[in-house]
Design a protein around this ligand. Structure first.
Ligand SMILES: Nc1ncnc2c1ncn2[C@@H]1O[C@H](COP(=O)(O)OP(=O)(O)OP(=O)(O)O)[C@@H](O)[C@H]1O
Length: 231
């Protein structure tokens, strides 16, 4: 038994489209320790998003062992997997995925609606999360009234609100200019350094990856290297 937060052993994933079979991950094995900030890099189509989705319990492997936060998630049925995700994973997407008709505060509150929590406590927690990302003064604004970087901050507050074990981010700075991207990466670094959040981030951008502790490289569905970035 390993005490890693994420443990993958011989993970194989293939997509089927009619007659066509697309092999994506060809037996991937590695561990991620709790408290890590890991960047996943590799050419387009190398399987980065597929791997991230497996670790986050959005998708399931064809074979292999996938243990995340103490649970063998490859074996859970849909309902249990959804429940596990809601308890354990915070998501950050490239295009923020905020609900346009809701305010920043309401967007941050959303994951708490799945929990049995009094409204007042929900709102209080969402306010604290917005404060943590520096947007307390924008709570009532709609996403369309915020810049891309601010929308991503709201998305980060939403990812944090349930205090998840793990945060996964797929190209979190892919839609941002360099300055806003740096702000977001510094914020992610703070979440990692100051509150110990484990973060796994897919990125094409080596500057973004430089904010992580370690970079893992994927090539054609196989790990091709791992390098340490900062202590
Ligand atoms: N739902 C799906 N059905 C069929 N094929 C898929 C599906 N999702 C991904 N693929 C294929 O799996 C391979 C890996 O895709 P994936 O999105 O994981 O790569 P990636 O490294 O994240 O690429 P990018 O950097 O371009 O986002 C690609 O060949 C892709 O076309």
């Amino acid at each position: 038994m390993s005490d890693a937060l994420v443990s993958l052993r011989n993970i194989v994933k293939t997509y089927r489209r009619g007659q066509q079979i697309v092999p994506v991950l060809a037996g991937v094995s590695f561990d991620i320790e709790a408290g890590a900030f890991l960047a996943l890099m590799g050419p387009s189509g190398s399987g980065k998003s597929t791997l991230l989705n497996l670790i986050a319990g959005i998708d399931r492997p064809d074979s292999g062992q996938l243990i995340v936060a103490g649970e063998e998630i490859g074996n859970l049925d849909e309902a249990d997997l959804a429940d596990w995700r809601a308890r354990n994973v915070g998501f950050i997407f490239q295009f923020y995925n905020l609900m346009p008709v809701l305010s920043a505060l309401e967007n941050v509150e959303l994951p708490l609606l799945l929990k049995d929590m009094p409204r007042r406590e929900r709102t209080e927690r969402a306010r604290l999360a917005l404060e943590m990302v520096g947007l307390a003064d924008r709570a009532d604004h709609a996403p369309s009234e915020l810049s891309g970087g601010q929308q991503q901050r709201v998305a980060i507050a939403r990812a944090l609100i349930t205090d998840p074990t793990l945060i996964v981010a797929d190209e979190p700075t892919g839609d941002l200019d360099r300055e806003s991207a740096n702000d977001i990466l510094r914020l992610m670094q703070r979440l990692n350094d100051e509150i110990g959040k484990t973060i796994i981030m897919v990125t094409h951008d080596s500057r973004a990856a430089g904010h992580a502790h370690a970079i893992m490289h994927l090539e054609k569905g196989e790990l091709s290297g791992r390098e340490d970035v900062r202590a």
